[in-house]
Design a protein around this ligand. Sequence first.
Ligand SMILES: [Zn+2]
Length: 310
Amino acid sequence: MTDLRTQAEEIHEQFSDQLEIDVDDVHERLETLVDEYKVPLDEARRSVTSTYLDEAGMDREELSGGGGNEQVQVSDVDAAEQWVDLTAKVVELWEPNSDAVAQVGLLGDETGTIKFTKWSKSDLQELEEGEVYHLRNVVTDEYQGRFSVKLNRTTVIEDAEEDIEVGDDDTTVEGALVDIQSGSGLIKRCPEEDCTRVLQNGRCSEHGEAEGEFDLRIKGVLDDGEDVHEVIFDKEATEDFTGITLEEAKEMAMDALDTTVVADKMRKETLGRYYRVTGPTFSRYVLADEVEELDGPVDAEETLIKARSI
Ligand SMILES: [Zn+2]
Protein backbone atom coordinates (compact mmCIF):
# COMPACT_ATOMS: atom_id res chain seq x y z
CA MET A 1 0.00 0.00 0.00
CA THR A 2 1.35 3.40 -0.84
CA ASP A 3 2.15 5.98 1.77
CA LEU A 4 -0.52 8.25 0.30
CA ARG A 5 -3.12 5.54 0.68
CA THR A 6 -2.16 4.92 4.32
CA GLN A 7 -2.38 8.62 5.08
CA ALA A 8 -5.70 8.88 3.28
CA GLU A 9 -7.10 6.01 5.35
CA GLU A 10 -5.89 7.60 8.57
CA ILE A 11 -7.52 10.92 7.70
CA HIS A 12 -10.69 9.14 6.67
CA GLU A 13 -10.81 7.33 10.02
CA GLN A 14 -10.35 10.56 11.95
CA PHE A 15 -13.46 12.03 10.37
CA SER A 16 -15.56 8.87 10.10
CA ASP A 17 -17.88 10.00 12.92
CA GLN A 18 -18.35 13.54 11.65
CA LEU A 19 -18.32 13.46 7.88
CA GLU A 20 -19.55 11.28 5.07
CA ILE A 21 -16.31 11.08 3.17
CA ASP A 22 -14.81 8.57 0.89
CA VAL A 23 -11.23 7.26 1.22
CA ASP A 24 -10.74 7.66 -2.52
CA ASP A 25 -11.72 11.28 -2.28
CA VAL A 26 -9.18 11.90 0.48
CA HIS A 27 -6.58 10.03 -1.52
CA GLU A 28 -7.25 12.11 -4.60
CA ARG A 29 -6.92 15.40 -2.72
CA LEU A 30 -3.60 14.29 -1.23
CA GLU A 31 -2.38 13.07 -4.59
CA THR A 32 -3.20 16.35 -6.31
CA LEU A 33 -1.23 18.34 -3.76
CA VAL A 34 1.73 15.98 -3.73
CA ASP A 35 1.97 15.12 -7.43
CA GLU A 36 0.75 18.27 -9.15
CA TYR A 37 1.71 20.94 -6.67
CA LYS A 38 4.78 19.18 -5.25
CA VAL A 39 3.68 19.84 -1.69
CA PRO A 40 5.55 17.69 0.86
CA LEU A 41 3.36 14.86 2.13
CA ASP A 42 3.13 16.08 5.73
CA GLU A 43 2.02 19.52 4.56
CA ALA A 44 -0.44 18.00 2.14
CA ARG A 45 -1.89 15.97 4.98
CA ARG A 46 -2.17 19.08 7.11
CA SER A 47 -3.90 20.96 4.36
CA VAL A 48 -6.38 18.21 3.53
CA THR A 49 -7.09 17.73 7.24
CA SER A 50 -7.78 21.47 7.56
CA THR A 51 -10.26 21.30 4.71
CA TYR A 52 -12.21 18.53 6.42
CA LEU A 53 -11.99 20.29 9.80
CA ASP A 54 -13.63 23.32 8.17
CA GLU A 55 -16.30 21.17 6.60
CA ALA A 56 -17.04 19.52 9.93
CA GLY A 57 -16.83 22.80 11.85
CA MET A 58 -14.27 21.26 14.20
CA ASP A 59 -11.10 22.50 15.88
CA ARG A 60 -7.90 20.62 15.29
CA GLU A 61 -7.79 19.81 19.01
CA GLU A 62 -11.04 17.91 18.74
CA LEU A 63 -9.64 15.48 16.24
CA SER A 64 -9.08 12.08 17.75
CA GLY A 65 -6.09 9.99 16.93
CA GLY A 66 -8.32 7.31 15.53
CA GLY A 67 -7.50 4.09 17.31
CA GLY A 68 -4.80 3.19 19.79
CA ASN A 69 -1.86 5.49 20.23
CA GLU A 70 1.73 4.69 20.80
CA GLN A 71 2.93 4.92 24.39
CA VAL A 72 5.92 7.21 24.14
CA GLN A 73 8.50 8.80 26.34
CA VAL A 74 9.10 12.51 26.41
CA SER A 75 12.31 12.35 24.38
CA ASP A 76 10.51 10.36 21.65
CA VAL A 77 8.35 13.35 20.78
CA ASP A 78 9.92 14.68 17.61
CA ALA A 79 7.03 15.73 15.39
CA ALA A 80 3.88 17.81 15.65
CA GLU A 81 0.35 16.47 15.45
CA GLN A 82 1.08 12.99 16.70
CA TRP A 83 -1.48 11.38 18.99
CA VAL A 84 0.33 9.68 21.81
CA ASP A 85 0.00 8.27 25.32
CA LEU A 86 2.42 9.38 28.04
CA THR A 87 3.09 8.51 31.64
CA ALA A 88 4.62 11.56 33.23
CA LYS A 89 5.04 13.59 36.37
CA VAL A 90 3.90 17.20 36.67
CA VAL A 91 7.21 18.93 37.31
CA GLU A 92 6.00 22.53 37.34
CA LEU A 93 2.79 24.44 36.88
CA TRP A 94 2.86 27.93 35.41
CA GLU A 95 0.36 30.75 35.38
CA PRO A 96 -1.80 30.43 32.24
CA ASN A 97 -1.74 33.65 30.22
CA SER A 98 -5.01 33.03 28.43
CA ASP A 99 -8.54 32.12 29.50
CA ALA A 100 -8.50 29.37 26.92
CA VAL A 101 -5.86 27.54 28.94
CA ALA A 102 -6.82 25.79 32.18
CA GLN A 103 -3.34 24.60 33.11
CA VAL A 104 0.11 24.92 31.62
CA GLY A 105 3.46 23.65 32.82
CA LEU A 106 6.10 20.99 32.47
CA LEU A 107 5.68 17.23 32.37
CA GLY A 108 8.65 14.94 32.85
CA ASP A 109 9.73 11.33 32.70
CA GLU A 110 13.10 9.55 32.84
CA THR A 111 14.02 10.92 29.42
CA GLY A 112 13.39 14.61 29.99
CA THR A 113 10.72 17.28 30.23
CA ILE A 114 8.13 18.73 27.86
CA LYS A 115 5.69 21.61 28.07
CA PHE A 116 2.00 20.76 28.31
CA THR A 117 -1.14 22.81 27.80
CA LYS A 118 -4.56 21.78 29.06
CA TRP A 119 -7.43 23.60 27.37
CA SER A 120 -10.17 25.11 29.52
CA LYS A 121 -12.90 23.67 27.35
CA SER A 122 -11.43 20.17 27.73
CA ASP A 123 -13.08 19.91 31.15
CA LEU A 124 -10.37 17.63 32.51
CA GLN A 125 -9.40 17.04 36.12
CA GLU A 126 -6.91 19.35 37.83
CA LEU A 127 -3.32 18.11 37.61
CA GLU A 128 -1.19 18.51 40.71
CA GLU A 129 2.47 19.32 40.90
CA GLY A 130 4.62 16.31 41.84
CA GLU A 131 1.94 13.78 40.86
CA VAL A 132 2.35 11.12 38.17
CA TYR A 133 -0.38 10.50 35.62
CA HIS A 134 -1.16 8.22 32.72
CA LEU A 135 -2.23 10.56 29.93
CA ARG A 136 -3.99 8.93 27.01
CA ASN A 137 -4.69 10.65 23.72
CA VAL A 138 -2.65 13.81 23.93
CA VAL A 139 -1.53 15.58 20.78
CA THR A 140 1.97 16.84 20.14
CA ASP A 141 2.76 20.31 18.89
CA GLU A 142 5.87 22.20 17.86
CA TYR A 143 6.66 25.89 18.01
CA GLN A 144 10.00 27.23 16.86
CA GLY A 145 11.71 23.94 17.43
CA ARG A 146 10.24 23.18 20.83
CA PHE A 147 7.81 20.34 21.26
CA SER A 148 4.85 20.33 23.59
CA VAL A 149 1.78 18.22 24.25
CA LYS A 150 -1.82 19.37 24.43
CA LEU A 151 -4.49 17.83 26.61
CA ASN A 152 -7.88 18.14 24.96
CA ARG A 153 -11.47 16.99 25.21
CA THR A 154 -10.57 13.45 24.17
CA THR A 155 -7.68 13.05 26.62
CA VAL A 156 -8.05 10.50 29.41
CA ILE A 157 -6.20 11.15 32.67
CA GLU A 158 -5.56 8.46 35.26
CA ASP A 159 -3.57 8.73 38.48
CA ALA A 160 -0.48 6.54 38.33
CA GLU A 161 0.76 4.67 41.38
CA GLU A 162 4.41 4.82 40.40
CA ASP A 163 6.88 7.64 41.02
CA ILE A 164 9.14 8.91 38.26
CA GLU A 165 12.68 10.18 38.53
CA VAL A 166 12.57 13.00 36.01
CA GLY A 167 15.60 13.04 33.73
CA ASP A 168 17.49 15.90 32.18
CA ASP A 169 17.56 16.08 28.40
CA ASP A 170 19.58 19.26 28.17
CA THR A 171 22.82 19.49 26.27
CA THR A 172 25.66 21.84 27.09
CA VAL A 173 28.05 23.13 24.44
CA GLU A 174 30.77 25.71 24.75
CA GLY A 175 33.21 27.55 22.56
CA ALA A 176 33.92 30.79 20.81
CA LEU A 177 30.98 32.37 19.03
CA VAL A 178 32.39 32.41 15.51
CA ASP A 179 29.31 33.25 13.48
CA ILE A 180 25.88 34.81 13.74
CA GLN A 181 24.17 33.54 10.62
CA SER A 182 21.87 35.33 8.24
CA GLY A 183 18.29 35.14 9.41
CA SER A 184 19.40 36.42 12.81
CA GLY A 185 18.64 39.66 14.60
CA LEU A 186 15.36 41.40 13.78
CA ILE A 187 13.38 39.04 11.58
CA LYS A 188 9.82 38.78 10.33
CA ARG A 189 7.73 35.67 10.65
CA CYS A 190 4.75 34.58 8.59
CA PRO A 191 1.56 35.55 10.48
CA GLU A 192 -0.44 32.58 9.18
CA GLU A 193 -1.66 30.36 11.98
CA ASP A 194 0.73 27.48 12.75
CA CYS A 195 3.27 28.75 10.21
CA THR A 196 5.86 31.07 11.84
CA ARG A 197 8.30 30.56 8.95
CA VAL A 198 10.86 33.33 8.66
CA LEU A 199 10.05 35.59 5.70
CA GLN A 200 12.69 36.03 3.01
CA ASN A 201 12.30 39.38 1.26
CA GLY A 202 8.76 39.63 2.55
CA ARG A 203 7.75 36.20 1.32
CA CYS A 204 6.85 33.00 3.15
CA SER A 205 7.97 29.88 1.29
CA GLU A 206 4.54 28.41 1.96
CA HIS A 207 2.10 31.34 1.93
CA GLY A 208 3.75 33.82 -0.42
CA GLU A 209 3.85 37.54 0.22
CA ALA A 210 3.03 38.45 3.81
CA GLU A 211 3.16 41.47 6.07
CA GLY A 212 4.97 39.52 8.75
CA GLU A 213 5.40 39.89 12.46
CA PHE A 214 8.65 41.07 13.97
CA ASP A 215 10.64 38.69 16.14
CA LEU A 216 14.16 38.38 17.46
CA ARG A 217 16.36 35.36 16.92
CA ILE A 218 19.99 34.39 16.77
CA LYS A 219 21.32 31.43 14.84
CA GLY A 220 24.88 31.17 16.04
CA VAL A 221 27.88 28.89 15.71
CA LEU A 222 30.11 27.98 18.66
CA ASP A 223 33.55 26.56 17.91
CA ASP A 224 35.38 24.70 20.68
CA GLY A 225 38.48 24.05 18.58
CA GLU A 226 37.39 20.54 17.64
CA ASP A 227 33.76 20.77 16.75
CA VAL A 228 31.28 23.44 15.83
CA HIS A 229 27.88 23.58 17.51
CA GLU A 230 24.88 25.39 16.13
CA VAL A 231 22.79 27.24 18.70
CA ILE A 232 19.46 29.04 18.42
CA PHE A 233 18.32 31.84 20.70
CA ASP A 234 14.61 32.58 20.68
CA LYS A 235 13.26 36.06 21.42
CA GLU A 236 13.61 35.84 25.21
CA ALA A 237 17.08 34.28 25.02
CA THR A 238 18.20 36.86 22.44
CA GLU A 239 16.95 39.74 24.60
CA ASP A 240 18.78 38.32 27.64
CA PHE A 241 21.92 37.59 25.69
CA THR A 242 22.26 40.89 23.84
CA GLY A 243 20.41 43.26 26.15
CA ILE A 244 18.46 44.45 23.09
CA THR A 245 14.69 44.13 23.44
CA LEU A 246 12.36 43.59 20.50
CA GLU A 247 11.07 47.16 20.88
CA GLU A 248 14.60 48.58 20.87
CA ALA A 249 15.49 46.48 17.86
CA LYS A 250 12.47 47.83 15.97
CA GLU A 251 13.50 51.40 16.80
CA MET A 252 17.06 50.76 15.67
CA ALA A 253 15.78 49.36 12.39
CA MET A 254 13.40 52.26 11.90
CA ASP A 255 16.12 54.85 12.52
CA ALA A 256 18.44 53.14 10.05
CA LEU A 257 15.64 52.18 7.62
CA ASP A 258 17.31 48.80 7.61
CA THR A 259 16.66 45.72 9.75
CA THR A 260 20.16 44.30 9.30
CA VAL A 261 21.64 46.89 11.69
CA VAL A 262 20.31 44.82 14.57
CA ALA A 263 22.22 41.65 13.69
CA ASP A 264 25.29 43.76 12.91
CA LYS A 265 25.23 45.26 16.38
CA MET A 266 24.76 41.83 17.91
CA ARG A 267 27.73 40.50 15.94
CA LYS A 268 29.93 43.38 17.02
CA GLU A 269 29.26 42.73 20.69
CA THR A 270 29.42 38.97 20.86
CA LEU A 271 31.55 37.46 18.07
CA GLY A 272 34.84 36.01 19.25
CA ARG A 273 33.75 35.70 22.86
CA TYR A 274 33.44 32.37 24.66
CA TYR A 275 30.12 31.03 25.83
CA ARG A 276 28.58 27.99 27.45
CA VAL A 277 25.07 27.31 26.19
CA THR A 278 22.65 24.82 27.75
CA GLY A 279 19.27 23.72 26.49
CA PRO A 280 17.32 21.01 24.68
CA THR A 281 18.38 19.91 21.22
CA PHE A 282 16.27 20.19 18.11
CA SER A 283 17.59 18.57 14.97
CA ARG A 284 21.21 19.78 14.86
CA TYR A 285 20.62 22.82 17.07
CA VAL A 286 20.93 23.47 20.78
CA LEU A 287 18.10 25.76 21.85
CA ALA A 288 19.61 28.23 24.29
CA ASP A 289 17.91 28.23 27.68
CA GLU A 290 20.96 29.26 29.67
CA VAL A 291 23.95 31.19 28.42
CA GLU A 292 27.06 31.90 30.40
CA GLU A 293 30.02 33.92 29.21
CA LEU A 294 33.37 32.22 29.82
CA ASP A 295 36.69 33.91 30.45
CA GLY A 296 38.49 32.41 27.52
CA PRO A 297 39.17 29.19 25.70
CA VAL A 298 37.78 26.16 27.42
CA ASP A 299 40.39 24.32 29.46
CA ALA A 300 41.01 21.16 27.47
CA GLU A 301 42.45 19.21 30.38
CA GLU A 302 39.55 19.98 32.67
CA THR A 303 37.15 18.87 29.94
CA LEU A 304 39.00 15.58 29.62
CA ILE A 305 38.85 14.90 33.35
CA LYS A 306 35.16 15.68 33.32
CA ALA A 307 34.59 13.37 30.37
CA ARG A 308 36.40 10.48 32.08
CA SER A 309 34.40 10.85 35.26
CA ILE A 310 31.06 10.43 33.49
ZN1 LIG B 1 3.67 31.06 6.07
